[in-house]
Structure formats: structure tokens, C-alpha cells
Ligand binder design. Structure first.
Ligand SMILES: [Cu+2]
Length: 169
């Protein structure tokens, strides 16, 4: 029941456009807008009594310019943080990170055990099968608006198991 979500991406050009209209700096300033896409956006239902849950996605940068993700928001959730897992001796800790670089022609995968979105403060329960609006904010002022699918814990476990099998190929 794994659905490949290929999502159309809208990149807000207004910031770049208005700054190029206003800036007459006397030199050629080519505004290259990063072409980014988001796939497999998923956020897990909150477990009973849990204060937080996790979200995963893949961001691909098809352009010649590096992109830097600085913030994410999801409709109906009070707070979304970008987290990274970090090994400290034998301990696996997670820490909040302020930005993630997605290099030109590369993809960054948010996945169990690595980068993930940590979500807090649901205004109403997340229910598997729902779609929520996800907004990604980039350092250059661009934004991506897309949808993220709510999945159950069982679906998440199933997918991370099948992802491990796929990685043998
Ligand atoms: Cu976390």
C-alpha cells in the first residue's frame, strides 16, 4: 500500500523577482532559482500520550545551485523541527539542526535513523490517510508548498523494513 507520491512543486519566485527589479547594481546578476522537488513526504500518527512524532521526505535539487533548507511547517501542527541523529559513543542522540544543505544535482533523504522532521503540538489528531500541507522554507527566500501523507506506525515499520531489503540491490 505504499504510494509513490510525486508531487508538483511550486516555487515562489516573488522574492527573487522583486529584488531583481529593485537592484540596479550595474552588473549582470543572473537569478538562478533552485528547482527542487519533494517525494515520499510522510508524517507518522502520534502514539498515545506522545508529545512528538516524526516525519520523513526526500528533497531533490535538480538545479546547478545549492539549496539550503532553513525551516518546515505543517498545517495543524504547532511546531516542526529539523533533527539529525548523532552517535555519541554507543549512544544515539538526536539534535536540532538549523539548516540542511541540498547540493546541486543531489538529493537529501529524511529517513529513520538519520535526518527527520520532529513534529509537536497537534491542533487535532493526525489520522493515517490524511494529507497535510507542508511548507519548506529555503535560505534564499524560496518556498516549496506540497502535501505530506499521514501514516500509521505499522506502515512506517513496514516501509523501513522494505527499504532495508531494497538497499541490497
Ligand atoms: Cu528528533
Amino acid at each position: 500500500m505504499m504510494k509513490m507520491l510525486l508531487i508538483t512543486v511550486v516555487i515562489a519566485l516573488s522574492f527573487c523577482f522583486s529584488s531583481s527589479l529593485l537592484a540596479h547594481e550595474g552588473h549582470d546578476h543572473s537569478h538562478e532559482v533552485a528547482q527542487l522537488s519533494v517525494e515520499n513526504g510522510q508524517v507518522r500518527e502520534f502514539l498515545p500520550a506522545a508529545e512528538s512524532s516524526v516525519g520523513y521526505l526526500t528533497i531533490s535539487n535538480h538545479s546547478k545551485v545549492d539549496a539550503v533548507l532553513v525551516k518546515a511547517t505543517i498545517d495543524g501542527l504547532g511546531r516542526v523541527e529539523i533533527h539529525q541523529h548523532k552517535h555519541e559513543g554507543a549512544m544515539m542522540k538526536m539534535e536540532k539542526v538549523s539548516n540542511i544543505e541540498i547540493k546541486a544535482h543531489e538529493s537529501v533523504q529524511f529517513q529513520p535513523g538519520g535526518l527527520h522532521l520532529m513534529v509537536f503540538e497537534p491542533q487535532e489528531p493526525l489520522i493515517a490517510g490524511q494529507e497535510r500541507k507542508l511548507t519548506l522554507y529555503f535560505k534564499d527566500g524560496n518556498r516549496i508548498f506540497t502535501n505530506i501523507e499521514v501514516i500509521s506506525l505499522a506502515e512506517q515499520v513496514e516501509q523501513s523494513t522494505s527499504a532495508k531489503h531494497h538497499s541490497h540491490h
